[in-house]
Design a protein around this ligand. Structure first.
Ligand code: HAM
Length: 435
C-alpha cells in the first residue's frame, strides 16, 4: 500500500520548530497588546463573493489561486453556495466589521489575527498552499481618525518594534536585516487618471507582453505592474509612475506618513512600483523584505491602506490600514539567524525509574515537579540505566535516577549533563536548581 503524505504545498509543523512558532505568536500578542490591539477570529471559509469583490477578480489571488467549491444545498430551503478557503484575512475582517456594526461605536477598531490562509501557488521554499499570517487592521469611521497618516506610521513602527523584539533589526551598511519599501497608490480620485494614462501607454506595448499583461492592459491595467515575467520588466519600468498622478490630498498624506516615520528613526525606501497584488489598496502601500534566509520569496510581510474596501463590500465608509506577516517566512528567517536557535530547548529533567516497581513513584515525582513549573520527561522502569542515560541526554539537561533507595529515602541521585557532575539532593534542592 502506498503511504499517504501531506498534500503538496502543505506541511506538518513539528517540535521543536513549533516552539519557535509559539514564541513568534506570543511575541506578536505581547507587542500588539502594547498598541492596544484586540484579537479577532474570522471563519476559515467565506462566501466566494467576498474575495471576488474585495480583492478583485483580476488579481492573481482571485483569478488563479483560490480554493473554491460549490457547497451543495442540504435542504430544499437552502441554496447552493460558492465557498472559498480564505486566501487572506483583510476581507473577512472588514466583513465582520460591517456585519457587527463595529463602526457604530464611533471608535477605531484595532484588530489582530493569527491563522492559516490558502492559495494555490507553485510551492517552493517560503511559499506554501496553506500558510500562516499574523496580521492586524486599524479601521473605523473617519471621525475616529482612521484616515490619519499617523495610523499608517504607527502600524509601521509597531512592525519594526515587533521584529526587533524577535531579534531582527533593520539592515544596515554591513549586516543583513529587514528593509522597508513604501509607496502611495493614490486615492479613488487619483486612480482613474493614472489608470487612463497606463491604458494609453499600454496600448502600443501590451501586444509585445505576456498573455496576462495583454488581458490586464484591457481589464485592469494596474495589475500589469504585478507581472513577474522577466522580459516584461523593462517595459513595465518605463510605464507612467503613480506618483505623478497623486492629487494634493494624497501627496500631503504620503508626506505626512514619511515625516512621522522620520521622527521615529525608521529607515525606508520609496518604491514607485509597489502597487501590491490586491485591488483594495489606496494611498499607502508597504512591504518588508529580509536579506537573509528567504531566497526568492523574500517578502516577509505586506500591507497598506484600503479606504474604500468597506463600501466595496456594501458597508459604511470605514477607512483602514493593516498588514499581514508571512509567519512561515518569519520563522525561516529566524531559523537562519542565531535569533532562532535560543528556542527549542530541552526539558529540565528526565526521571529514570530504576526497575518497574519505581514507575508509580516516578510519575508522582514528575507530577510534583511539573506542578512547580519544571519541564519534565519520565522514562520507564524497564529501561536499563545505560539506555535511560542515552535517552535523557537527548531530551533533558539533567537525569534523576529513581531506584528503591531514592524512593525510600527521598534523596534523589541527579546528574547534570552540562557539568558532568552527579550528586545527591532532595526534591526541594532539585527545584532550586531549575530556578
Ligand atoms: P499579501 O502580500 O498577499 O497581503 O500577503 C502578506 C504576506 O503573507 C506576504 O508578504 C508573505 O509573507 C505571506 N504570504 C503570502 N502568500 C504566501 C504563500 N503562498 N506562502 C507563504 N507565505 C505567503 C495580504 O494578504 C493582505 N491581506 C495584507 C494586508 C492586511 N493588507 C492590509 N491589511
Amino acid at each position: 500500500m502506498s503511504t499517504l503524505k501531506a498534500v503538496r504545498g502543505t506541511r506538518d509543523l513539528l517540535p521543536p520548530e513549533t516552539e519557535l512558532w509559539n514564541h513568534v505568536e506570543s511575541t506578536a500578542r505581547r507587542i500588539f497588546a502594547r498598541y492596544n490591539f484586540g484579537e479577532i477570529r474570522t471563519p476559515i471559509f467565506e462566501d466566494t463573493t467576498l474575495f471576488a469583490r474585495g480583492i478583485g477578480e483580476e488579481t492573481d489571488v482571485v483569478s488563479k489561486e483560490m480554493y473554491t467549491w460549490e457547497d451543495r444545498a442540504r435542504a430544499a430551503s437552502e441554496k447552493a453556495q460558492s465557498l472559498t478557503l480564505r486566501p487572506e484575512n483583510t476581507a473577512g475582517v472588514v466583513r465582520a466589521y460591517i456585519e457587527h456594526k463595529l463602526g457604530e461605536t464611533g471608535l477605531l477598531q484595532k484588530l489582530f489575527y493569527i491563522g492559516p490562509q490558502f492559495r494555490r501557488e507553485r510551492p517552493q521554499k517560503g511559499r506554501y498552499r496553506q500558510f500562516f499570517q499574523i496580521g492586524a487592521e486599524v479601521i473605523g469611521p473617519a471621525t475616529a481618525g482612521s484616515e490619519s497618516p499617523l495610523r499608517d506610521a504607527e502600524v509601521l513602527e509597531m512592525l519594526a518594534a515587533f521584529l526587533l523584539e524577535l531579534g531582527l533589526p533593520p539592515a544596515n551598511a554591513v549586516a543583513p536585516g529587514w528593509r522597508l519599501a513604501i509607496n502611495s497608490v493614490g486615492s479613488a480620485a487619483d486612480r482613474p487618471r493614472y489608470v487612463a494614462a497606463l491604458r494609453e501607454a499600454l496600448r502600443e506595448i501590451a501586444p509585445t507582453m505576456c498573455e496576462d499583461c495583454q488581458r490586464r492592459a484591457d481589464t485592469n491595467p494596474l495589475r500589469v505592474l504585478d507581472c513577474k515575467v522577466p522580459e516584461d520588466q523593462p517595459k513595465i519600468d518605463a510605464l507612467p509612475k503613480i506618483a505623478d498622478y497623486l492629487d494634493d490630498a494624497s501627496t500631503a498624506h504620503f508626506t505626512a506618513v514619511r515625516a512621522a516615520l522620520d521622527a521615529c528613526g525608521m529607515a525606508y525606501t520609496v518604491n514607485p512600483r509597489l502597487v501590491r497584488g490586491l485591488d483594495y489598496y489606496t494611498r499607502t502601500t508597504f512591504e518588508f523584505t529580509h536579506d537573509a534566509g528567504l531566497g526568492t520569496q523574500n517578502a516577509l510581510l505586506g500591507g497598506g491602506r484600503y479606504d474604500g474596501l468597506s463600501e466595496m463590500l456594501g458597508g459604511p465608509r470605514a477607512p483602514g490600514i493593516g498588514f499581514a506577516i508571512g509567519a512561515d517566512r518569519l520563522v525561516l528567517t529566524l531559523q537562519s539567524q542565531a535569533a532562532g536557535s535560543a528556542v527549542g530547548s530541552k526539558a529540565d529533567v528526565f526521571i529514570a525509574p530504576v526497575g518497574d516497581a519505581q514507575n508509580p513513584a516516578a510519575l508522582k515525582l514528575a507530577q510534583e515537579l511539573r506542578a512547580q513549573g519544571m519541564r519534565v520527561e519520565v522514562g520507564d522502569g524497564t529501561f536499563r540505566v545505560k539506555k535511560s542515560f542515552e535517552v535523557a541526554d537527548k531530551l533533558a539537561r539533567k537525569i534523576v535516577l529513581l531506584g528503591e533507595d531514592e524512593v525510600a529515602s527521598g534523596v534523589l541521585t541527579v546528574k547534570d549533563f552540562a557539568s558532568g557532575e552527579q550528586r545527591k539532593m532532595t526534591q526541594v534542592e532539585l527545584l532550586a536548581t531549575a530556578r
